[in-house]
Every structure is written in structure tokens, then in C-alpha cells.
Design a protein around this ligand. Structure first.
Ligand code: V47
Length: 353
């Protein structure tokens, strides 16, 4: 059976077949990815009103792509206090946020209890706010620092009120590329193992893929297939989030930025390959808002959220430092022909705008 027949019949694609999708033209890919989107979600595009908080940029690890860590080209180390974090959440609730997304660098001085305590305080004061926190990279870092198992850390995360895990730290699973771009931090197998354990405890998470640096198309497909295999076992991933690499202020020497075509092809291919992950998020921060809106025609059905403050990708050149006002978000989705649906962090629909 050729690839078009398989696409017509909605059949699962092998690794080799998935790679050959890149040989199809953009419009063919768009039509198949869009059909999957429409079958799953119609014209709905989800977003949430959220606040990103990055409590510290002091990091023990040295990822070559990172411009956020203070040990790299950005020598302004900081660590927030609990009160600063609580004040941010307090202010943001006035803007209607439903979620705080809290991820940090790997700072040995802000220890395990420091984190757990701030999550408990947020939950005590703001019980209705969803706490999405700690990437698998942070879980691994904390487990190593405190000589604890992943299970132990996960139990403490749940006890301190974390509701879901973000998808960060996945980067690219291929071991050779990973060694080059972020050797020393959580391995691919460990990243997958941590999400598996989290899912087995009945909780949900997301999965990212950082692309557009030194990886090949084959590495992207390998990354997607490893996620698809885990999702077959656990069904715990909500969304897949392809993150477009931003090239400023870091130590990975990449000269060429991905073309819009390659970004959209990769979006469409991920919609087709990841047949078991319900949502595809076009993260406007890294793709630009214009391409994220276009990605709605290429399988994406989620645009993440208003964010308010963005520190990780904006340090590397993205125009996202101040988030996106809610009204802009809604208007842009509507004007592009889709239906803006405000969601909570686990995709319950809150409001049709
Ligand atoms: O894992 C770091 C990425 C991620 C750069 O789960 C970079 O809903 C581009 O994971 N260029 C953290 N990306 C952000 C993240 C995320 C974002 C939004 C939503 C969710 C979710 C998760 O940021 C890291 C890393 O892959 N990153 N540096 C860079 N130069």
C-alpha cells in the first residue's frame, strides 16, 4: 500500500513511511493533517489564560541551546522568593488566569523542600489555580541531588499539589544529538520513564520537541515515534508541542533559521504521526503568532495561552517577553476562521469566545 492510500485510510505510519511524508508537498500534507484536526476538534482552537513563572535561572546543567541560564551568555543570576512568586500569582489571578506554569533552571540552592513548599503555598492560597510544574529534567535533577527515586519525587509532587507536568526537557531523543546539545541532563530514556511513572499515578502531561537546530528530519520522526510508543502504553499525554529553536545568545552555532515551510511540514507530520495524542499545540512563542495561526490549517488545534511573562525563549530571541493580551488572542483566532475556546489545563472547555 502506498503512503497516500495509508493516509486516505487513516492508517498508522511506520518510521520509514513517516520520514517519506517530508517528500510530499505542503498542501497535500496540510489537507491530511487538517482532516485529522477536523475529525478530532472541528474548527475549535483551544487556548488558556495562564502565567509562566520561572523562579530561578541559576543552573547546574549546560544546555548548548539555552540562553536563559545565568551561567551562559546572560549573566544576571536571580532566584525569586516565595513571597515574590505568591505576589505574581495573586496579581495574575486578577487577570483571570486559571493556570500557573512553573519551571526553573536546575539550581542546587533552591532545594526540593523550597519547591514543594511554594507549590503547597500556592494551592493553599489559590485552590482553584491549576499548577503545572516541574519538567522531567527538573524531576531528574532533584532525584539526583537528594538521592531519591523518581517515584519518591513524584509522590512528593502530588502531595504538594502539582496537578500536571509540562512537556519541557524532551529536546530531541536521539542520543547522539542529545549528547551534543544537552549532554549531562536527563537522558531520553529517563525523560520517558518519568512521564510514564507520572501517567501511571493517574496524572497527565505534555510532550515537547525542540527542532530546527542540529537535528535531521529522521531525528524528529524518531522523537515522535518514541512518544507514540509510550502514549500507546499510558495514554497520559494531552498535547504535543513542537518548539522551534531560537538562535540568539546561546552556544549552539546554528546559522540558518528554519523556513516557514519546514516548520509547517513538521507540524502537519506530527499531527499525522502522533495519531494517539489528542492535541497539537502551535506554541506561538517560538513559531511567531502568524505561523501559529497558519498552523491551525496544518493540524494544530491549540495555541497555548496568554503567558503574561516569558523568559526562556525570549532570552534566545523570541518576541514573547510580555505574553499576549487575551483579546488579541481571541480576535486573531476568530479572524483566521477558527473558533476560540478557552480551556483549562486538561482540556475541559470553559468558554466559547
Ligand atoms: O525544554 C530552551 C525550550 C523548553 C530554547 O507543557 C528553547 O504546555 C527554543 O517546555 N529555543 C521549556 N526553545 C518550555 C516548554 C513548554 C512551553 C510551553 C508549554 C509547555 C507545556 C511547555 O524551552 C525547554 C527547551 O526545549 N528552549 N531554549 C531556545 N533557544
Amino acid at each position: 500500500m502506498n503512503i497516500i492510500e495509508k493516509l486516505e485510510n487513516n492508517e498508522r505510519l511506520s518510521y520509514e513511511e513517516a520520514i517519506s511524508l517530508y517528500d510530499l508537498d505542503l498542501f497535500t500534507l496540510a489537507s491530511y493533517a487538517n482532516k485529522i484536526r477536523e475529525d478530532k476538534h472541528g474548527k475549535k482552537t483551544y487556548f488558556n489564560i495562564n502565567r509562566h513563572i520561572n523562579p530561578t535561572n541559576i543552573c547546574k546543567d549546560v544546555c548548548q541551546f539555552c540562553a536563559y541560564s545565568s551561567s551562559r551568555k546572560n549573566p544576571n543570576p536571580y532566584a525569586m522568593t516565595h513571597n515574590q512568586i505568591l505576589d505574581i500569582v495573586d496579581n495574575s489571578t486578577k487577570n483571570g488566569i486559571k493556570e500557573v506554569h512553573i519551571v526553573s533552571a536546575h539550581n542546587p540552592d533552591t532545594g526540593l523542600e523550597w519547591y514543594l513548599d511554594v507549590f503547597r503555598k500556592i494551592k493553599d492560597k489559590f485552590p482553584d489555580i491549576h499548577v503545572k510544574a516541574l519538567t522531567a529534567a527538573e524531576v531528574h535533577f532533584l532525584a539526583k541531588e537528594y538521592n531519591l527515586s523518581y517515584e519518591d519525587i513524584i509522590t512528593r509532587m502530588i502531595d504538594s499539589g502539582i496537578d500536571s507536568m509540562p512537556g519541557g526537557g524532551a529536546e530531541i531523543f536521539d542520543e547522539k544529538v542529545r549528547r551534543r546539545i544537552c549532554g549531562g541532563k536527563v537522558t531520553s530514556q529517563q525523560w520517558l520513564e518519568i512521564h510514564k511513572l507520572w501517567h501511571q499515578r493517574g496524572h497527565q502531561s505534555n510532550a515537547t520537541m525542540l527542532f530546527g537546530h542540529v537535528e535531521t528530519r529522521e531525528h524528529r520522526i524518531d522523537h515522535m515515534i518514541r512518544l507514540r510508543e509510550l502514549q500507546d502504553q499510558t495514554n497520559g499525554f494531552n498535547a504535543f508541542i513542537p518548539l522551534v529553536y531560537q538562535k540568539e545568545n546561546n552556544f549552539l552555532r546554528v546559522k540558518d533559521f528554519l523556513t516557514g515551510q519546514e516548520i509547517l511540514k513538521t507540524m502537519a507530520i506530527s499531527r499525522i504521526v502522533l495519531d494517539n495524542i489528542p492535541h497539537l499545540k502551535a506554541y506561538w512563542v517560538t513559531s511567531t503568532i502568524k505561523l501559529a495561526l497558519l498552523a491551525q490549517e496544518f493540524g494544530a488545534n491549540d495555541l497555548d495561552g496568554t503567558i503574561e511573562r516569558e523568559s526562556i525563549q525570549s532570552a534566545a530571541g523570541a518576541a514573547s517577553a510580555n505574553g499576549m493580551p487575551m483579546n488579541n488572542f481571541v480576535d486573531l483566532i476568530k479572524n483566521s476562521g477558527f473558533k476560540p475556546i478557552e480551556r483549562d489545563s486538561v482540556y475541559n472547555e470553559l468558554k466559547t469566545w
